[in-house]
Design a protein around this ligand. Sequence first.
Ligand code: SF4
Length: 410
Amino acid sequence: MLRERGQREVFCGLTGIIWLHRKIQDAFFLVVGSRTCAHLIQSAAGVMIFAEPRFATAIIDERDLAGLADCNAELDRVVARLLERRPDIRMLFLVGSCPSEVIKLDLSRAAERLSASFMPKVRVLNYSGSGIETTFTQGEDACLAALVPILPVESASAKQSLLVVGALAEVVEDQFRRLFTAIGIDDVRFLPPRSAMQLPAIGPATRYLLAQPFLADTARALEARGATRLAAPFPLGVEGTTAWLHAAAQAFGISDSRFHTAVAPEQERARGALARHREQLAGRRIFFFPDSQLEIPLARFVSRELGMELVEVGTPYLHRPHLAEELAMLPAGTMLSEGQDVERQLDRCLAAAPDMTVCGLGLANPLEAKGLTTKWSIELLFTPVQGFNQAADLAELFARPLVRRARLMV
Ligand code: SF4
């Protein structure tokens, strides 16, 4: 394991708003930030001018930075105007940024104050999406961790229930719900929920499965409320999905025969769909730059199910307890790196000349210009990739850039 600390090339946590605003459909994300923050969100989410977006930026300008304006009074005014214009909003997240942190604007107090004014119709919460010492998926972790304290308490007589934690595309969520029912687990809830009005109750009878590997703070908050994590690999690929579902089946006392009967047809179909991509990808060498925190589960999937060779697997942070099952499945001797010193890592990557490099947007074009084939890691967050039905789509995300380059070279 190589640990590096130096210059990093990552997006900030504001990026999570792009998938979270689609998920909690009556929530609104108000970034308290600069024009740069507004530009990032606006261009990354590609909002049409006539749409009613569920995010915006309250811009901190020079007067605020110079301490000439009362930021709290301005924020109260912006929020009041927003909520008056958008009566559909049930939950408002004030999202902190680098500038709001630099001027030490206390958004947790602002959220409390505004909640007191607008409850019960609108609840106001806050979290930080700042790019100081974070990577972009931590925005989701911070958002979900902010939700945990307001989740209702499960009743004293509650039977064991399952909570799936981590934003999943609705199509994936529906598939998992069907599979859990087929296995024999009916009481399944999801965090984040689709509506701010459907917050799942939690407590000591809650067993939770992480659907994403970057939710350390959320997990800690859930455990403080008495919930218990079911240790499992993440639901990427046939193998990961099977083990993830199986962890729940075991915790709920479902027999192995019932489990296998329920999942076998889906496994079969998914393996068939993967075969085509395996032919294209087997033996290809892949290098992961640290970016999304999905790198280790992805490396496990591409090496074991697609036959790719791992050159280096970088991750911004390594949460060993949450990734223990994944680490155990990596090929012996896999080169892992945690953190980043981007120049050194670029040197290693260029020297290794991998067939495929998974990296952030900022590195992709320069690497393509040097003749490497790249895959944007952020795409793996925007695309439904979890579960059996998506295993081939996930493989295709790796195959497509190679096919494109081969076509360009003909
Ligand atoms: S939060 Fe920080 S890193 Fe992110 S866009 Fe705003 S200024 Fe840039």
